[in-house]
Structures are given as C-alpha cells and as structure tokens.
Design a protein around this ligand. Structure first.
Ligand code: SAH
Length: 218
C-alpha cells in the first residue's frame, strides 16, 4: 500500500471533492470509523471509472464500469468496509473486484486483500489501476468467487459486492476465521438487503441494489 502514490496521483480539486463526499455523503449517514473515512478521503475513485464517467466520480451514486457492471455508491462502499471493523492486521477476501475501487479502500484498512472477479477484462483493468496507484497488498484472482479462494483461507473478514440469490454461499462461511464478519447483499423475493453474518447470526443492515452474484460457470 502506498499512500504517497494516492496523493501524488490526485489534484487539489479532486482532493476537495473527496473531502466533500466524506462530509456530505458519509458522515451524515452515520459512517463513524475514522479509518474508513480517511481511506474514502484518499482513494481516487475517478481512477477506477471510465473516462466518460470521471466528472461524476464523487457524485452520490453507482457508476458503470463496463461488462454490464457498476462500482457501488461511495456510501455503500464505506458502509460495507465499516461493518468489517478492520483494525489493520487482517486478511480480507472480497468477492466481485469490479473496478478495484472497493479493494483499494480495503487495502488501506487491512494488511492483505484477496479479491476475485469472474470477468477477466475487469480483473485485468483493476490490476492495472491498482498497480498504477502503487497498491501492493491486493491480490486479484479470476474465477467464481462464490467458491471463495480456498488456497488463501481462512480470512479475517469477507465482503461480497454482488447480490447472492440463494443466500450466503456456504463455501465463504467455511473460509472465515471463527467469529469473523461476512458482509453480503442477499436477494430474496425481489427484495435485496445487505446482511452482516457473524458466528452464524444474520443481521439485516439496509435495503440495497447490487448486480447479481453469478454462481458457477458462464
Ligand atoms: N467492488 C466492485 C463492485 C463490483 S460490482 C467495485 O468497487 O468496483 C460486482 C462485481 O462482481 C462485478 O464486477 C461482477 O462481475 C462480479 N461478480 C459477479 N458474480 C461473481 C462471482 N461469482 N465471482 C466473482 N465475481 C463475481
């Protein structure tokens, strides 16, 4: 992780837009974890979206990233990261790399991120963006993340950034350290909600909208 890399890559104007995003979109909605707020204030979201979307990088919404996928609204990225209650030494699994933005945020908050994406072009682009920002503690895998990444398990936290229809994939639960948190959007009967699972107990956090988690092959 190179904090200098992020700083060097970003103009004052963009830094101000990020600071405003933190003050207007995140704090008022109850994000209190200062490390999460700091990460959100540092990671240059504009670098993770296509050129055509850059002007909207700090708007209060999701943005298209290609392959029919989206990067989540900043508030959702911050909320999911905050729910993991990361302190620094953790190893985290993310399912759904997408643009790599949320992986970059997580890379600030823990020691190592393994992130898995089923769309190879997205995974490659995310790798390039993270590399260009000097992020060194994110490992990208290509494949079906509903099976987790067994050769890197167990994880101190898991976050899924696509909506699972059949509930939390059991393989992910198996790859968690006992008592560790897992955050996942779940879709049931057309209603999508973000859930936090810890010690097998599922807690609903908020209604959300995510792209679907596509399990198995194409
Ligand atoms: N975290 C991303 C948001 C990505 S949207 C970001 O910050 O940009 C969700 C992503 O999950 C999409 O890129 C989609 O291709 C991916 N995805 C969906 N099902 C998947 C699966 N089974 N395994 C891995 N990735 C998956």
């Amino acid at each position: 992780m190179s904090r200098k890399g992020f700083e060097a890559s970003s103009s004052d104007k963009l830094a101000r837009l990020r600071a405003r995003m933190v003050e207007r979109q995140l704090r008022p909605r109850g994000i209190e974890d200062e490390r999460v707020l700091q990460a959100m204030g540092e990671v240059p979201r504009e670098r993770f979206v296509p050129e055509s979307e850059r002007a909207r990088a700090y708007d209060d919404g999701a943005l298209p990233i290609g392959n029919g996928q989206t990067v989540s609204q900043p508030w959702i990225v911050a909320s999911m990261a905050a729910l993991l209650e990361l302190k620094g030494p953790e190893r985290v699994l993310e399912v759904g790399t997408g643009s790599g933005y949320s992986a970059a945020v997580l890379s600030w908050l823990c020691s190592h991120v393994v992130t898995i994406e089923r769309h190879e072009p997205l995974a490659r682009a995310a790798g390039e963006t993270l590399g260009s920002l000097g992020v060194r503690n994110v490992e990208i895998r290509i494949g079906d993340g509903s099976a987790g990444v067994p050769d890197r398990a167990p994880f101190d936290a898991i976050v899924v950034t696509a909506a699972a229809e059949a509930g939390v994939p059991p393989a992910l639960v198996d790859q968690l350290v006992i008592g560790a948190p897992l955050v996942c959007p779940i879709e049931r009967r057309r209603h999508e909600r973000l859930v936090l699972v810890r010690n097998g107990v599922e807690q609903t956090i908020a209604p959300v909208r995510f792209v679907p988690l596509v399990e198995g092959g194409d």
